[in-house]
Design a binder for this molecule. Structure first.
Ligand code: 13P
Ligand code: SF4
Length: 301
């Protein structure tokens, strides 16, 4: 604790001196999420709030695609991430060439791209989406068919709820693909009455077995407003830790899988990033302009 407290105090002071804000995703550890972050949320909230940041520097406590999105929306600000290797299996699953290949195979079909992708892939896309707005984005286009990349399970989960036909890709989140429907059946036996919330990056049979599926923010809202007594969140480990702080009255069963990319971000790393002004995230301006269009189109939905 003395070490953590020292890092926390140093980060708060560095933020003040450098006019910096920390944006933290819901999967960050509690000491980051609750003690040093200025803005917390799901990918959609972080993108929205990044647009209105009033600071010289944005320090991203999250993964690389989130820092790139913040940079797209704040081209004149310095965007830092403590570890450039904080990636994502979904972002790794598709390249700009793959998107061009899909367009060639499905001429005229718009490309809806999950924000968990590189700026280069976003630049090849018509519009972005997050897990919090995927169905609304798909339906906003007013077309019978869309290409939705790169998360196969998110695409399948959205396809169940819409009449729009969805062509998907074969990317998976390495954290959520590990959950199985059997896990939920076992949880229900071991913890009677448990309410099971699943992230839509989980396989469709897991989502079907759950009581509710939604983005990390939607899961958090469910716990806050629907009053469950006992909850299992089928998602990354830190999510339960962070939501539990605000809801001591709720029992959290913790069937979690860890995201190794999110866990590259630490208090020591955040302190180091602010002390040494690193690692700066940049996007080539012409590519950034095309990628920004896809993100802004999403934010307008
Ligand atoms: P959301 O917070 O947008 O639900 O995304 C989850 C996720 O896996 C981000 O990497
Ligand atoms: Fe990517 Fe999954 Fe980790 Fe989110 S939890 S950053 S989708 S690998």
């Amino acid at each position: 604790w003395p070490v953590l407290a020292g890092d926390i105090a140093a980060i708060l002071e560095l933020k003040r001196r450098q006019n910096a804000v920390i944006l933290a995703h819901n999967y960050q550890t509690p000491e980051i999420f609750h003690c040093v972050a200025d803005i917390v949320g799901d990918s959609l909230a972080l993108a929205r709030r990044a647009m209105a940041v009033n600071a010289d520097t944005i320090l991203l406590a999250g993964v690389h695609f989130m820092a790139e999105t913040a940079k797209l929306l704040n081209p004149d600000k310095t965007v830092l991430i403590p570890d450039l290797k904080a990636g994502c299996s979904l972002a790794e699953a598709i390249s700009p060439e793959d998107v061009r290949g899909l367009r060639a195979r499905h001429p005229g079909v718009p490309v809806v791209t999950y924000v968990n992708t590189s700026a280069a892939v976003k630049a090849e896309s018509d519009i972005c989406c997050t897990s919090g707005n995927a169905r609304a984005v798909v339906e906003s286009l007013g077309v019978p068919r869309v290409i939705m990349i790169p998360d196969e399970y998110l695409a399948q989960n959205v396809a169940k709820d819409t009449d729009v036909e969805i062509v998907s890709w074969r990317g998976h989140c390495e954290v959520h693909e590990r959950f199985a429907a059997r896990d939920i059946r076992e949880l229900r036996e071991a913890y009677p009455g448990v309410t099971v919330l699943a992230h839509p990056e989980c396989p469709p049979d897991v989502v079907a077995e759950a009581d509710f599926a939604g983005s990390t923010a939607a899961m958090s809202d469910y716990v806050a407003h629907r009053g469950p007594r006992r909850v299992a969140l089928m998602t990354e480990c830190s999510m339960s830790d962070n939501v539990a702080v605000a809801h001591p009255e709720v029992e959290f069963v913790r069937p979690c899988n860890l995201c190794p990319h999110m866990k590259r971000i630490t208090l020591a790393g955040l302190r180091d990033a602010l002390e040494h002004n690193r690692h700066e995230v940049t996007v080539e301006p012409r590519m950034a302009e095309r990628a920004r269009r896809a993100v802004e189109r999403m934010l307008a939905v």
